[in-house]
Structure formats: C-alpha cells, structure tokens
Design a protein around this ligand. Structure first.
Ligand SMILES: C[S@@+](CC[C@H](N)C(=O)[O-])C[C@H]1O[C@@H](n2cnc3c(N)ncnc32)[C@H](O)[C@@H]1O
Length: 301
C-alpha cells in the first residue's frame, strides 16, 4: 500500500512497504512513512518506525520482510489456537456444496497462507475446489509456498493483486484484510469481486464493540512478542469497519449481491465475537445457503 495514503490509525505494515499491483516493489523512505502517521506525532508508532531495519533513510527490504514474516508467524499461531480455519470453512463449505462442478476459492491478502494451507491439508472445503492465495507481498508468499511444499499440499500462491485473475473465483474470502480498504475503496472492493463473476464473498475481520479498544490492547500485549505485530494488531482492531458500514458498502458496491453479516454486533457476547464475516451472495442462493448451513443460519442477519 502506498505510504502517501494518509488515514487515522495507520498500521506500520501499510507504510513501510509499497507494492505495485504486479507484486514489484518501490523503495520506501523512512521520512515518507513517518509523515503518513498523521495521528501519531508523539506516539510510540514513530519510535517503532525508527527501530525498523533501514539504511541511509530508506527501509531495508530484507530486514523489513523479516519483521513482517515474524509478525505473520505470530498471527498464524493465534489463528491455530482459535481454530480460525474451522470457523471459516464451516461457513464457506455449505455454500460451495450448492455449486455444481469445479470451484475456485481465492483468499485475498492471504499473507503466510494459513487459511489456504488449512483448507488444502484438511479438505474442509470439499472436493473439486481449487484454492489460491493472493498477496502483494512476495516475501510472505515465498514462505507460504515453502510451507505448502513441505506438507505436499495441493494449493497455489500467486504474487500480485487478487483481482487480476484471468478466470474468476466462485468465492472470494479474506481474513483481517478489509479494514485496509477505506472510503470509496471499500464499496469498490466488493464491486470488483461481483464484476469478476463470483457467486459470493466471505470477508472476516474484527467486529468492533465497546470492548475492542481495551480488549485489543490487553490481548496483543499478552499474546504477541514482535513489537510491530503488537502495534498493528491494536490498530487493525481500531480500524475495523462496523456491521453497518460493511453492509452499506456491499449494497452500494455490489447491488447484485445480498449483503449479510454472521454474528452481528450485539447479538453475541462481545468477548466471543472477535472475527466475523461480512458476506455478499447471489440472491437466488441465499435461501438454499441457509438450508445448507443448518442451525448456524440463525446467526445470519
Ligand atoms: C493483515 S494481513 C492478513 C494476512 C492473512 N490474511 C492472515 O489472516 O494472516 C493483510 C494482507 O493483505 C495483503 N493485501 C491487501 N490487499 C491486497 C490485494 N488487493 N491483493 C493482494 N494482497 C493484498 C497485504 O499484503 C497483507 O499481507
């Protein structure tokens, strides 16, 4: 993401790298990244930035990749602990079961590919499903591919913009990504997936509640070791979109889809409702999906 994009509560991982849509990379000046942190003139964000690997005022690609890799390994540990792969597949599998023939699932911004590798190793999305992870970050995808190779998994990782696909996906999904899309970019994010011919999308992100600011701080302090992972974890929770913003963005960006939320804010105890998906779905598939989902469909709104 371009460091010149200014916004509140920017994450450091957004300002210390600058990828083009094809995955190639521009050097990032420390001063530019620092000035993108508009809301943090005296905060620890700038101190942290100054401690990241750099030389002659420019971030060092290899060193920064190492920090990002360690942060994503911590994210993966958390995902394993909360059985995030199971939580995602129990909602996506009943949808894929409704579609005949070969299917393609694309994880947008897959990072280290935890979800992609989980689906491939457990077969939890069913048969005849091609699973692809897309990310701008080549360093993370190299690590994801190496892990998949070690486990001999049938999945693919592609460097670049998730939307630059020649064959459209049946389902686009993501985890911890949609808060990166701000303002008009959010409806546009949904519009591009609908225009690409997908039958549905499932985008998981933090559900902001009254507990989020304190809860995210305590949680990341206790569970993360890498300073950037702690910092960005709290900020990503503060930047998370509300249910209403997500539903509005789907409705305006992809009017051909029915917008849905699973576990809407206030319907479950805040502490249990950390990551919930915003869902867009072709209208004729909504009722069959509810049937296929069974008792869990009561948590859709
Ligand atoms: C906070 S990380 C989440 C990683 C992973 N989904 C997880 O749950 O661990 C956000 C990722 O989205 C990627 N990203 C954002 N927009 C993208 C796009 N249009 N295409 C590919 N990758 C994207 C970033 O490079 C980054 O790795």
């Amino acid at each position: 993401m371009a460091p010149e994009r200014q916004d509140r509560w920017m994450e450091l991982s957004d300002v210390i790298v600058d990828f083009r849509a094809d995955g190639s990379r521009r050097p990032v000046k420390v001063a530019d990244a620092s000035s993108a942190l508009v809301d943090a003139p005296f905060s620890s964000s700038r101190r942290l930035l100054a401690q990241l690997p750099q030389s002659e005022g420019v971030f060092d690609d290899g060193g920064v990749d190492g920090v990002l890799l360690r942060s994503h390994l911590e994210l993966q540990r958390l995902a394993e602990e909360v059985q995030h792969g199971h939580r995602v597949s129990r909602l996506v599998r009943p949808f894929l079961d409704l579609i005949d023939g070969p299917k393609r699932v694309v994880d947008v911004g897959c990072g280290l590919g935890y979800l992609v590798r989980y689906f491939a190793s457990t077969g939890s999305l069913g048969d005849d499903v091609e699973i692809i992870g897309f990310d701008f970050n080549q360093g993370l995808l190299r690590a994801a591919s190496r892990l998949a190779e070690i486990e001999d998994l049938d999945c693919k990782f592609v460097v670049g913009d998730a939307f630059a696909l020649d064959t459209p996906a049946t389902v686009y999904l993501s985890s911890g990504v949609i808060h990166h899309f701000r303002g008009p970019d959010l409806p546009d994010f949904f519009a591009r997936q609908h225009a690409a011919g997908a039958a549905a999308c499932f985008h998981f992100d933090v559900a902001p509640t009254w507990l989020t600011p304190l809860g995210a701080w305590v949680f990341h302090r206790a569970r993360m070791r890498e300073p950037l992972a702690r910092h960005d974890g709290v900020r990503s929770a503060l930047r998370a979109h509300s249910d209403t913003d997500l539903l509005d963005a789907i409705a305006s960006g992809a009017p051909g889809w029915v917008p849905l939320i699973f576990d809407a804010t206030g319907r479950r105890l805040a502490v249990l409702n950390v990551m919930r998906p915003a869902i867009g779905m072709n209208p004729e598939l909504v009722e069959p999906y509810k049937q296929s989902l069974g008792p869990l469909s009561r948590r859709l709104s």
